[in-house]
Design a protein around this ligand. Structure first.
Ligand SMILES: C[S@@+](CC[C@H](N)C(=O)[O-])C[C@H]1O[C@@H](n2cnc3c(N)ncnc32)[C@H](O)[C@@H]1O
Length: 256
């Protein structure tokens, strides 16, 4: 363990006593949801529906895991696809430099597979013309439809190090079905990241036009799943470090 990693671990462990910071972070999450703060950002021009803190967390995970495939449920404007693809591109570049090789993106096996029930034509056009698009494949359909699950499994069969991100419909039953279908694709040492588990911690009336809310959301689904799947552990340290995140308990690490 490097000095930096140890220092961060010790500092983050002490945050349990940082009542003022914890309250400020939780107040911010509460206050920033309805003003749609997470809709304000883009990555290489594509809108990404994320808090910047969670983007950094995903970058750390990608750098640690070095996946050759990232499977994502929920594309929207394609921001997270482009973001993850660009981090994979940087990973390829750094590995090539370390090995003294020239960089040939066409030779890279590292790819992103995104699934969305509704890939809007204008989004598809923008994603497909983006310089990162050569690393991206997309499937349109419900992430819990048997034929889509099979397509994703067939695609993933050629890959060894797989990272899974679930960010589509946020009801308990939907996320649980996604976990049953896709969490097993997660390679040992990698993660299944479950977005929007924060819904459990927000007031009942925060999402008046959505079917999810406290008691019925990604966190209740992942708790249910993890209880029956000891091969996954909740990486508590990641959320403790972020504090501002839509993924409390949502960083599931595959440990066996
Ligand atoms: C929060 S957005 C995804 C944001 C994106 N990951 C990002 O970071 O920019 C949720 C997406 O899930 C999609 N979605 C909703 N229900 C779905 C389903 N049953 N299967 C697949 N995608 C679904 C929606 O169409 C929407 O584009």
């Amino acid at each position: 363990m490097t000095d930096f990693v140890k220092e961060v671990e010790d500092r983050v462990a002490s945050y349990v006593n940082e009542k003022e910071m914890r309250k400020a972070a939780s107040d911010f999450m509460r206050a920033s949801t309805q003003p749609k703060y997470c809709y304000n950002f883009s990555w290489q021009t594509r809108p990404i529906i994320q808090y910047p803190q969670d983007m950094v967390a995903v970058q750390e995970i990608i750098w640690d895991v070095k996946p050759d495939l990232i499977v994502e449920m929920g594309i929207a404007h394609g921001g997270s696809l482009i973001y993850n693809a660009s981090i994979l591109a940087m990973l390829d570049m750094c590995e090539a430099i370390e090995d003294g090789r020239t960089i040939d993106p066409a030779q890279s096996k590292r790819r992103i597979l995104g699934v969305d029930i509704d890939i809007r034509e204008h989004n598809r056009i923008e994603i497909e013309k983006h310089p990162m698009s050569s690393r991206i494949d997309m499937i349109q359909g419900s992430s819990i439809a048997p034929e889509i699950i099979q397509q994703v499994k067939d695609y993933a069969a050629d890959y060894e190090r797989i990272l899974v991100c679930l960010d589509s419909n946020h009801t308990h039953s939907h996320v649980l079905a996604e976990l049953e279908a896709y969490a097993p694709l997660t390679s040992v040492g990698s993660y299944c990241v479950v977005f929007d588990s924060i819904v459990e911690d927000l007031p009942e009336d925060m999402y008046p036009d959505r079917p999810w809310g406290p008691g019925d959301n990604p966190k209740t689904a992942l708790w249910d799943y993890v209880e029956r799947h000891p091969e996954f552990e909740i990486d508590k340290q990641m959320f403790e470090k972020l504090l501002i995140s839509v993924c409390p308990d949502g960083f599931l690490k595959r440990v066996k």
